[in-house]
Design a protein around this ligand. Structure first.
Ligand SMILES: C[S@@+](CC[C@H](N)C(=O)[O-])C[C@H]1O[C@@H](n2cnc3c(N)ncnc32)[C@H](O)[C@@H]1O
Length: 341
């Protein structure tokens, strides 16, 4: 076989395999095989399938790329790869579930339209924007939020040593999702309290997450839209991984709502991707995904400067992750400290 055909076959096969992974996660195959090998009929019963034939065909597909192992006849066992998709297996389960869910998949079905028009196809594909789709589809929303929590933990490892929250007693995390980033700050600064602000459906899940960490008494939960209003009176406002989800006009609106809520001299801190040429291919990939899914983008420094200027915020500091920073490779996140005039 010649190389271009091999490459195309590999890419086409990978597409199919990703959906096998998605089905494995939704059927809970990793958890069902955690205690040892099972027959196809037994597994079909465990997952509640109508037909053992379909389950057998599915397992055979999964076996073809090493997700499960046939031990004999129709008995299948887990592999180390499948074990990563267990309920307690870590980040991969969330990534697979999020990427194979209709919310993030369907807007990419007509990617050529995104390229032609330079804007997202999500409204046509889902009949609504992604955030409103997540309100109606709580399981997918939970996978997305859990994935963001994993990333936020890594970003906190990178940001906390280089940005001090000392003396900031009331920290407002705007669009704070599950509250993982805020929790990490509160654990490091025992005198600080936080306000977690996000859409009302997201806030309900965040309450449980924060309570599990024993921080419920130090966090106030506020549901609403940052396009309309943000809680007043914070000592610092955080916008982590929010601006890259929005077009310029919406970003200026979100920043302006933070500025309106913040007393003069208060920092409004943006923690987000900064486009730079030394990781061009990564940022180009992220940029197109953001455009396709939410009409967002990865901005250059002059583009951020223009947003801050339009929202009457003074940019004081830009802090990029150091080379070799683990989170810097996976989730390269820059801190922009602005001050409300
Ligand atoms: C990419 S996530 C980032 C979450 C969190 N800051 C983090 O880094 O893990 C964007 C967040 O913005 C929230 N969001 C979207 N639209 C919103 C709105 N109009 N008002 C408030 N929050 C919103 C989403 O629910 C989501 O939690």
């Amino acid at each position: 076989m010649n190389e271009p055909e091999d490459n195309l076959d590999r890419i086409i096969g990978a597409h199919w395999n990703l959906h096998i992974l998605g089905a494995a996660v939704r059927l809970g195959i990793a958890d069902h095989l955690a205690e040892g090998p099972r027959t196809v009929v037994d597994l079909a019963k465990a997952v509640g399938a109508n037909s053992a034939n379909a389950v057998g065909a599915f397992l055979s597909n999964a076996e073809s790329f090493g997700l499960v192992r046939r031990v004999e006849g129709d008995r299948f066992a887990e592999t180390p790869m499948l074990a990563l998709l267990r309920r307690d297996g870590g980040a991969y389960r969330n990534i697979v579930s999020m990427l194979t869910g209709p919310g993030l998949c369907r807007p990419l079905e007509m990617l050529h339209r995104v390229v032609l028009r330079g804007r997202s196809h999500t409204e046509e594909a889902l009949g609504q924007g992604l955030w409103s789709y997540y309100q109606d589809n709580p399981e997918e929303a939970a996978s997305f939020a859990d994935f963001m929590s994993e990333l936020s933990g890594m970003v906190a490892d990178s940001v906390l040593p280089r940005y001090s929250f000392s003396g900031r007693n009331k920290i407002i995390d705007v669009g704070g999702s599950n509250g993982t980033f805020l929790s990490r700050i509160l654990m490091e600064y025992p005198d600080a309290a936080g306000v977690l602000f996000d859409l009302p459906n997201v806030i309900e899940r965040a309450r449980r997450n924060i309570a599990e960490q024993g921080l419920a008494a130090r966090v106030e939960f506020v549901g609403g839209s940052f396009l309309e209003e943000v809680p007043e009176g914070g000592d610092i406002y955080l916008l982590k991984s929010v601006l890259s989800d929005w077009d310029d006009e919406s970003c200026v609106r979100i920043l302006s709502r933070c500025r309106d809520a913040a007393p003069p001299g208060t920092p409004v801190v943006v923690v987000d991707w900064l486009y730079h040429d030394d990781s061009k291919s990564l940022f180009d990939a992220l940029d197109l995904r953001q455009l396709a899914r939410v009409d967002g983008k990865v901005r250059t420094l002059p583009q951020y400067e223009s947003l801050f200027e339009s929202a009457a915020l003074d940019l004081k500091r830009v802090d990029r992750p150091a080379n070799g920073d683990a989170a810097g490779e996976w989730a390269p996140t820059t801190v922009f400290e602005t001050i409300r005039r």
